[in-house]
Design a protein around this ligand. Structure first.
Ligand code: SAH
Ligand code: SF4
Ligand code: F3S
Length: 472
């Protein structure tokens, strides 16, 4: 049993990150552990977790488990969790309640949680106290060890907790069962060293570790070879890519080399405003296969709050970067994340945030109410803003954000734009869906033969969060 430890998770040393190319090993005796058994994985949180789930699924299939999309049918249930806000927690604990009922009826079910919540001391303590009928808990650093964790729990028929609070290595040989045949997530870095005062990620994901370029490029080349049309380069701060490598190779170099593989679409998330260089902007503007879409989290427009958040930019430098991007990439769409109700946020601070929204007229924005995360500095800051005021600010903010989303979408009406058709729409089964180069969701009339292709679509109707179109 290895329990998470917040103190250890906070530590950052100067030690070099190790790249391990054969740490994922699966013993012969475990290769059939899942024979005739079905697994169900539910994923919460960000793209990084989505991609981790693709790894987890591949590992389970290496052990002969087969996937089911019905939790009720499963012999193995895993929740890959997110710790970013309280409501993410609540969703998971709600689900654990449902699993308990299933396990009461079918005691042989193996149930576990993994991901960012598993890295939290408070969560694991709660599990040990109240949910110790669960079978496995493992964290973000030892996904490759899942076969052994599962085998240990099955052997001892009880809870096996295996969470490492370490800075982390890079394991290069974990397989992946990708959800899509057309677009793929590609990790370019793990962890985060920014330690924004509200954020739990640096504690749950370890230190910033950039993958060596040769591994990333090989992965993208293989994807191109296998017919993939789009890659999204993933990291908490992709602009800081390479800063921790011992070679002179940065995000602009990586973007350029990925673009040169010939993949039709290159995306990247998330860009921290702090590390956005002119060289990066120029590479994005030069290559037609680097998509004109930038997610540029603002968090707050108030310099006082930005300082308390530890974001290391000001309203002015943010706006300067925003304008530079729009000038170099006039056709691009720019989206953002905003937190309202940070401890002590005044009406004046909030007005500064609204000012930036009025000026940037974002294509869309994810907006959140501040959620205190245990162990982070902001959780201890004095907060005299009531939830009522926070809710009211969120509503006012959303009203402006939605106004500008609709306005940005209106510009597309009657235009013809390229869309990568991904499949059928979840809401309307006979309608196709896909995204423009600028990351706008489009519902398209058409038949299955278009799935996986980038087609020209004429936009016939626009709404706040999506558009309708027809293939031309
Ligand atoms: N690495 C990215 C953010 C990843 S987390 C960046 O730095 O921009 C995604 C978003 O969740 C953040 O941008 C922030 O807006 C929000 N978030 C993170 N911690 C939060 C908290 N404690 N309360 C509310 N929102 C939070
Ligand atoms: Fe969290 Fe800040 Fe790191 Fe983003 S940059 S993951 S908000 S600590
Ligand atoms: Fe959530 Fe962990 Fe991602 S906290 S947002 S799943 S890095």
């Amino acid at each position: 049993m290895q329990l998470p430890n917040l103190e250890k998770a906070r530590k950052r040393s100067r030690e070099e990150t190790l790249t391990k190319t054969n740490d994922y090993i699966i013993k012969e005796s475990l290769k059939e552990l899942g024979l005739h058994k079905k697994y169900f994985v539910r994923t919460y949180g960000c793209q990084m977790n989505e991609h981790d789930s693709e790894n987890i699924k591949a590992i389970l299939e290496d052990m002969s488990f087969t996937e089911t999309d019905s939790m009720e049918d499963a012999d193995l249930i895993l929740l890959n969790t997110c710790a970013i806000r309280e409501n993410a927690h609540n969703k998971v604990f709600g689900m654990i309640g449902r699993i308990k009922h299933l396990k009461e009826a079918k005691p042989d079910i193996i149930a576990g949680i993994c991901g960012c919540m598993a890295q939290e001391e408070v969560v694991v303590n709660e599990i040990l106290e109240k949910y110790n009928w669960l079978d496995i808990v493992f964290g973000t650093h030892n996904i490759h060890n899942l076969p052994n964790i599962l085998a240990t729990s099955m052997k001892k028929k009880g809870l096996e907790v295996d969470v490492l609070s370490i800075e982390g290595d890079i394991i290069e040989n974990i397989p992946s069962k990708r959800d899509s045949k057309y677009k793929a997530w590609v990790n370019i870095m793990y962890g985060c060293d920014k330690f924004c005062t509200y954020c739990i990620v640096p504690y749950t994901r370890g230190k910033q570790r950039s993958r060596k370029p040769e591994f990333i490029l090989k992965e993208v080349e293989d994807l191109v070879h296998n017919g993939y049309k789009e890659v999204t380069l993933l990291g908490q701060n992709v602009n800081a890519y390479g800063k921790d490598l011992d070679i002179e190779y940065r995000m602009e170099n990586l973007l350029e080399d990925v673009a040169k593989t010939g993949i039709e679409r290159v995306r990247f998330v998330t860009s921290h405003p702090w590390d956005f260089t002119d060289e990066m902007i120029s590479v994005i503007a030069t290559y037609r296969n680097i998509m004109p879409y930038i997610h540029l989290p603002l968090q707050s427009g108030s310099n006082r709050i930005l300082k308390l958040m530890g974001r290391r930019y000001t309203k002015e430098t943010y706006l300067e970067l925003f304008k530079k991007l729009k000038k170099a990439l006039p056709y691009s769409s720019i989206t953002t994340d905003i937190i309202v109700g940070f401890p002590g946020e005044t009406e004046e601070d909030f007005q500064d945030t609204l000012d930036v929204v009025e000026e940037c007229k974002y294509d869309s924005a994810f907006t959140f109410i501040f959620s205190p995360r245990e162990g982070t500095p902001a959780a201890k800051m004095e907060d005299n803003v009531s939830l009522e005021v926070k809710n009211e600010r969120l509503q006012r903010l959303n009203e402006r954000v939605n106004f500008y989303s609709k306005q940005a979408n209106d510009m597309y009406l009657g235009k013809t734009v390229p869309v990568l058709i991904e499949g059928y729409s979840e809401k309307q089964g006979d309608i196709l869906m896909g995204y423009t180069d600028t990351m706008k969701l489009v519902n398209v009339v058409g038949d299955a033969s278009y799935i996986g292709q980038i087609v020209d679509v004429e936009i016939t109707d626009v709404k706040t969060w999506s558009m309708d179109g027809k293939i031309v």
